[in-house]
Write a protein that binds this ligand. Structure first.
Ligand code: NDP
Length: 322
């Protein structure tokens, strides 16, 4: 009997219940996957707590996984039984088996195994869209990236280095700072000890950064805005400390720009999805980016994975193994 981790009501990690499930069957345009690795992302915490709405309860949360196609629904032509695939987006990942719309799956190239795929697809495509599309980072760019030693953060360090940019990263401990530096972050700020606005001003000779990538939200607002040069871009893409409160447009003084990107919007078409994933796979296969899945839990212990991610005890990626 397959198992899934279901949420019957919003709550803490204990609300995640490991239970038996019936084997689903793929409908038109869908495939059935046997999952071999599942990504744990911060969005799973937003779904668990209710910060982000779920279509209904009970629900199986999780937005990232990798596995083997074991069944194909009517009308699916681009995939067949035995294909190795991964996805980032469709809700319902915390399960041994699941159905996924075929057009949301990417085929895994040789050299990318299931655990590697589940450690990087959602986070890596997020970084790719942030650094290549939301703001086109290049060797002349100075950027501030919060949570630089996290799952998204460590990939951003390496991608920014590959683009030749100057990256300033924030972290909450010296150990995390060391890790960010090893992964290519140019300057590291330990927010437990230093005021990040003052330090950014010093590091940029008072000019400010071209772009700030902020996934922390409540705790770093509005200070992140003070780290930008005039006409710089504030990219608010997450809420790990809570959501950014409503604010007056005049907070964007200095002719700042603001955006709230979502990876779903940047991979909405199959072409966007494939372009993004292909670029990410190339970065990894050419060894410009090394993915660190520092934390691996059995599916039945999803609650522990949430506890560690939420308590800032993790670095790099977190995965579940069915
Ligand atoms: P991380 O591994 O980065 O974990 C979150 C990190 O945020 C922590 O390790 C911690 O780093 C930092 N943090 C700062 N304040 C807090 C706080 N109060 N509570 C918890 N953590 C805090 O997670 P992910 O890699 O999964 O995701 C990173 C961020 O990117 C999340 O906010 C997520 O929502 C966002 N995201 C957004 C996407 C989008 O499409 N918009 C897609 C993917 C991710 P430290 O201790 O060093 O400060």
């Amino acid at each position: 009997m397959p198992h899934s981790v279901r949420l019957h009501a919003h709550g803490g990690p204990e609300a995640l219940v490991y239970e038996e499930m019936a084997l689903p069957s793929p409908g038109p345009g869908e495939v059935l996957l046997r999952q071999h690795a599942i990504g744990v992302n911060y969005i799973d915490i937003y779904h668990r707590t209710g910060l982000y709405k779920l279509p209904s309860l009970p629900a199986t949360i999780g937005s990232e996984g990798a596995g083997e196609v074991i069944g194909v629904g009517p009308g699916v032509e681009r995939l067949k039984t035995g294909d190795r695939v991964a996805y980032a987006g469709p809700l319902g990942a915390y399960a041994d088996v699941r159905v996924v719309p075929a057009d949301r799956l990417v085929k895994l190239p040789d050299g990318i195994d299931y655990e590697l795929a589940a450690s990087m697809l959602l986070r890596g495509m997020t970084v790719r869209s942030l650094l290549r599309q939301v703001y086109p980072v290049d060797a002349g760019t100075t950027l501030l990236f919060h949570a630089a030693a996290g799952g998204v953060g460590l990939i951003a360090c390496q991608w920014a280095r590959a683009l030749g940019a100057t990256m300033i990263g924030t972290v909450s401990s010296d150990e995390k700072g060391e890790l960010a530096r090893e992964n290519g972050c140019t300057h590291v700020i330990n927010t437990k000890r230093e005021d990040f606005v003052a330090r950014v001003r010093t590091l940029t000779d008072g000019k400010g950064c071209d772009v700030v990538y902020d996934s922390v939200g409540k705790d770093t607002f509005p200070k992140s805005l003070d780290c930008l040069r005039p006409r710089g871009l504030w990219v608010s893409f997450g809420n790990s400390s809570g959501p950014v409160p409503p604010f007056e447009l005049t907070a964007l003084k200095g002719s700042l720009f603001a955006t709230r990107p979502s990876i779903l919007a940047y991979t909405a078409t199959t072409q966007d999805l494939e372009e993004n994933a292909t670029d990410l796979f190339e970065m990894v296969l050419s060894k410009k980016i090394r993915i660190t899945a520092n934390h691996r839990y059995p599916l039945a212990r999803a609650a522990d994975a949430h506890r560690d991610l939420e308590a800032r005890r993790t670095t790099g990626s977190v995965i579940l193994v069915p």
